[in-house]
Design a protein around this ligand. Sequence first.
Ligand SMILES: *[C@@H]1O[C@H](CO)[C@@H](O)[C@H](O)[C@H]1NC(C)=O
Ligand SMILES: *[C@@H]1O[C@H](CO)[C@@H](O)[C@H](O)[C@H]1NC(C)=O
Length: 415
Amino acid sequence: MSQKPNAIILGGLNTCSRALAGLLVPVEGESLVSSLRIVDKYSVVPPTTYLGSEFPQVLAKDNVEYKQANLTVSSIVSSAFDPPAGQEPYSLVFDLTGDVAYDRPEKVQINHTCNVARLIGEEAARRNVKAYVRLQQPWYESPDKGLHDEQEDVKPYGVIGTWWHESLRILGAIEGLNLVILRIGLVYGPYIDFGLMTNVLTVAAVYGYMKKPMKSLWNPGHNSMNTVHSDDVAGGLWAAAQWMSRVGRAEALSLAGEEIYWRNDKSKVTEVTGMPLPDKKIIAPLFNLTDNNGTTLDKAGKTMTAFFGTIFEYHNFVTSAMIRFRLEDVVEDINEAHVSGWAEMLTKSNPPVTKTPLSAYMSTFSLSKHTIAFSNKKIQRIIGYQLKRPTMADDVLSEVVDKWKTEGSWPTIQS
Ligand SMILES: *[C@@H]1O[C@H](CO)[C@@H](O)[C@H](O)[C@H]1NC(C)=O
Ligand SMILES: *[C@@H]1O[C@H](CO)[C@@H](O)[C@H](O)[C@H]1NC(C)=O
């Protein structure tokens, strides 16, 4: 009889689920779990989202199962938790759901992020799972100075941030749920086609190819943009699940419980099922997970441009203020050079790149100012988590780019 738990990962195939699956059931080496089920809305055969070349090998393992399912439907969520005949129930739940498109209307965010989290959370509580780990993306605006710990009331970023944050309050209000929240920095890593850092990396490559400086709209300032490697997102999720299984809900709350502050509009309470009232105090174990790189806009820009043989500069004050003021109008102009540069790189590549999930297009969201500054001390202190990839250095970036080159998603240019 195996002592290992059965785990289920919900959502996040387009963000961090593949990295987590690769940790729980490595392509080579021993599995950390007895069996793994992954549930998301995408098809994997044939794929309707980018999977990267490693994940299909994880899916091919005997103890891994993929289910394509619509998690906005309560009965489907419930059956997603039913183990196959003869198997023990799932005891660890990794909730990586939530809509990551920055420009979704509020109603869609409510349906895709809050409601899905609530349905999964309620089902997991009914089934008494040992650990329910929610992955929280960094859609917050940290104050500009210093690092911020889990006690601080950090402001959610826009519509996406407001509803992702609300989903934490909704989950925190579910009785008996063994919830742990892992709030990460900006993720990057092998086969991570999602997110701001990947976008910046791709654009930096284009400026390197064009042998031109990459210019920022924002002055150096503090502009923290804390990062985290996907290996650590996976490692942190696993460590948090093990910790919760070991200590249980009451102890976890006393060791790591934090208030999840009200950050919404009072009028919404009646519109959204399960949304706790503004004055209801929600406490949940919450951990930040960022690396030790101290990434800022300046540092990421300089590291990535240097990696591709160019430099990172700033527009002068007047130009950048003008562009920022008219961002919606000028976004296409800003993109013209690097989108066509990337297209040229893909054709000139030997062999040519005919299919890639990566784009050099920078949305108004990518071009806007983001300040993400989360201290990572608590997860180290309480869970004892040790970072596997503490710095975003050249060797780590090199590994990311080389893996894309090997699978044919990134151009190989002979100079
Ligand atoms: C999922 O179910 C909802 C509710 O029935 C429906 O509106 C939506 O279109 C479904 N999504 C997909 C991708 O089938
Ligand atoms: C949200 O979900 C409700 C109930 O499933 C559905 O009636 C509504 O059309 C959905 N709205 C959006 C914008 O997806």
